[in-house]
Design a binder for this molecule. Structure first.
Ligand code: CMC
Length: 395
């Protein structure tokens, strides 16, 4: 291959150096700026993690208060942005709306934006962190024909997101503390994951010095696929299919093992974690806590029962054990979101909301790195050899 190597799927290629997230798939270790994910999930908040990922260190009390103040200052969307939502069909998938609206922010923040100025880069990051809950919630509200809610800056980040999503404008909204806490933890777990497909996409798009909002929009598009962020939605669709079919779980397990069948168990396996996913370990406890507290008569109870049974069957199955296929974070996040009453089409949007800080922190790091260059992978050409053009009447 001459001077480059062939590495489909980038299984063994480091595309950049980074100081943000450390991941050891064999050990099941995940650190943000050196801090173990377990400690952050237990003691920190999503907004504090945003500060950490973007700035490199945990904030002191004054820095945190300033950060909260800055973020709440940017939560409103330019009034014209509403027009972008209204341009979509009501039945548009909220992820499609997200790709469009976040990309459209580049039209609002472009001409004066100097991406070589660290302060201006930070301001772009602040804008994104602040506006993303509003955009995410509005993509849902629009799809349901519901009026848009405006951000409530006295609420905490995750609380405000629930308010944006569920509040009835004329009624006072009471935040459920367990729901807000669970959401905050899920967002911490999803905040960054080094050079996954969507983050690599943001870096690649941004490496041409493209507008950061456009680069993040590209990342959202990449995240949407079922092999990446779309997995949490795919998990619920799969559980529904299993429930509807009336077939025993053994039938589905057999299909997942059959190499001539494209069916895979959604929410199982991971490209990097071949031992276990440390995020899944944390979120599993949360999922059980929430499911155990569900009042009787929940319309999705059967689905939750299937999820719990499937987890056990797969964990004890030789095929899955031999290939180190464990439930991943999205297996549990899908189940938790459903129990929270979050619509299935919004699941990947929730992931995008949380991963925004990872994307923009990685973009910021790349733009500040003197050695960074435009991303330009090579290929292994397998096509026709040189041949001469033949006029159409001679073919
Ligand atoms: N169900 C059944 N078999 C599977 C599954 C699954 N979910 N995942 C992998 N395998 C098998 C695969 O067929 C292969 O078997 P064999 O060696 O006999 O050919 C072996 O396990 C290795 O799989 P792979 O495709 O080489 O693994 P990968 O690292 O390329 O793929 C993955 C990782 C996550 C795309 C894949 O496991 C998968 O499709 N999982 C289901 C989708 C999912 O849950 N995705 C979310 C990932 S976590 C969220 C995120 O970080 O974005």
């Amino acid at each position: 291959l001459g001077y480059f190597t062939y590495d489909p799927g980038f299984m063994s290629t480091a595309s950049c150096s980074s100081k943000i997230t450390y991941l050891d798939g064999d050990e099941g270790t995940l650190l943000y700026r050196g801090y173990p994910i377990e400690q952050l999930a237990e003691h920190s908040t999503f907004l504090e993690v945003c500060y950490l990922l973007l700035n490199g260190n945990l904030p002191n009390a004054t820095e945190m208060a300033d950060f909260e103040h800055i973020i709440t200052r940017h939560t409103l969307l330019h009034d014209q942005v509403q027009g972008f939502f209204r341009g979509f069909r009501r039945d548009a998938h909220p992820m499609a709306t997200m790709v469009g609206v976040v990309g459209a922010l580049s039209a609002f923040y472009h001409d004066d934006l100097n991406i070589h100025d660290p302060e201006q880069r930070k301001r772009s990051a602040h804008r994104l962190i602040a506006k993303m809950p509003t955009i995410a919630a509005w993509s849902y509200r629009y799809s349901m024909g519901l009026p848009f809610n405006y951000p409530c800056n006295r609420l905490k980040y995750s609380e405000d997101f629930l308010h944006l999503l569920f509040a009835v404008p004329t009624e006072p909204y009471t935040v459920d503390p367990l729901m807000a806490k669970a959401l905050d933890v899920i967002m911490i777990l999803h905040a960054d994951h080094e050079q996954n497909a969507s983050t690599s996409t943001v870096r690649l798009a941004g490496s041409s010095e493209a507008n950061p909002f456009a680069a993040v929009s590209a990342g959202i598009a990449s995240l949407w696929g079922p092999a990446h962020g779309g997995a949490n939605e795919a998990v619920i669709n799969m559980l529904r299919e299993i429930e509807k079919s009336g077939q025993p779980l053994s039938h589905w397990i057999a299909r997942a093992k059959d190499k001539n069948d494209r069916f895979r168990l959604m929410g199982f396996g991971h490209r990097v974690y071949k031992n276990y996913d440390p995020r899944a370990k944390i979120i599993r406890g949360l999922a059980n806590q929430i499911l155990d507290r569900l009042p009787p008569g929940n319309p999705n109870q059967k689905l939750f029962d299937i999820a719990r049974e499937l987890e056990q069957v797969a964990l004890n199955d030789e095929y899955f054990q031999a290939r180190n296929l464990y439930p991943n974070v999205d297996f549990y996040s899908g189940v938790i979101f459903l129990s929270m009453g979050i619509p299935v089409s919004m699941f990947t949007v929730m992931f995008a909301l949380a991963r925004t800080i990872g994307w923009i922190s990685q973009w910021n790091e790349m733009m500040g790195d003197e050695e960074s260059r435009i991303g330009r992978p090579r290929q292994l050409y397998m096509g026709a050899e040189r041949r001469d053009y033949v006029p159409v009447d001679k073919r």
